[in-house]
Design a protein around this ligand. Structure first.
Ligand code: PLP
Length: 259
């Protein structure tokens, strides 16, 4: 008998299927691991907009965690939209049971609006980052977390270095795409910074890019890939998935990544 490598996403549901735990489970399957999921928040969402958010009570997040961890051999964990201070602190109270923890601090919506109060940011910094194998803020989240204006690659590197002081073992600040240019991320690890680069893909179908990057990284860590190799591979996977869905006509807004 073989035991599949098993991972867990602690994340929100995207009814439109592009981001959140739906993207995570897809990325897990396509990267060779079995995915379990603890749901933190329900979103009424499509490719164009988030219409409503319903938070799952933190006590029920704990119940889901207990059920999964009591039975399934979770080898890595990804967190996505946790949506409240209480839920961040609940997950933080369980970190000893969450191996290879990849924290994607979802703080802003795709259009850049801050989704949650600053108490949520603080809970991430205090409770989760010090225990994370990797944290993956995007440029807007890194701006909120560091107070830095981020424009250049040097700014990305400086923000990643700042966030390294939170105790996270590795920091990826995702620069996002620059039309016509490259999608550049800064990786801080062991006191040095390097960059991940991929060509910009011209498509509106990029919903779930951040979720897919973090979920793929968790899948690879669970498969015992060293962290720097896992980040390179996750970057390549996301780039390829964007290319595979680039020509899809699906929804009026930002469609999903392909497979
Ligand atoms: N999680 C949920 C439930 C979401 O709805 C979203 C964005 O809408 C995200 C995470 C982050 O998505 P992305 O990977 O596009 O940054």
């Amino acid at each position: 008998m073989t035991q599949p490598v098993t991972v867990l996403t602690i994340a929100g549901s995207d009814s439109g299927g592009g981001a959140g735990l739906q993207a995570d489970l897809k990325a897990f399957a396509l990267n060779g691991v079995f995915g379990t999921s603890v749901v933190t928040v329900l979103t009424a969402q499509n490719s164009a907009e988030i219409r409503a958010i319903e938070k799952v009570p933190a006590a029920f997040v704990q119940s889901q965690l207990d059920a999964v961890l009591a039975d399934l051999p979770v080898a890595a964990v990804k967190t996505g939209m946790l949506a409240s201070e209480e839920t961040v602190r609940t997950v933080a109270a369980n970190v000893a049971r969450l191996p290879n923890l990849v924290v994607d601090p979802v703080l802003v919506s795709s259009d850049g609006a801050k989704l949650f109060p600053s108490t949520v940011d603080r809970a991430y910094v205090e409770g989760l980052f010090p225990h994370a194998a990797v944290i993956t803020p995007n440029i807007r989240e890194a701006t909120i977390l560091t107070g830095r204006e981020i424009r250049t690659d040097d700014d990305l590197a400086a923000a990643a270095t700042d966030l390294g002081r939170t105790g996270a073992r590795c920091v990826v600040v995702k620069g996002g795409g620059r039309p016509g240019g490259e999608a550049v991320d800064a990786v801080w690890h062991d006191g040095t910074v390097r960059f991940l680069r991929s060509p910009w893909v011209a498509t509106r179908n990029n919903h779930g890019t951040g979720c897919t990057f973090a979920a793929t990284t968790a899948a690879l860590l669970a498969r015992r890939v060293p962290v720097q190799d896992a980040l390179d591979e996750a970057k390549r996977y996301v780039q390829a998935a964007i290319e595979r869905g680039a020509a899809w006509q699906i929804g009026a807004g930002h469609g999903p990544l392909g497979w």
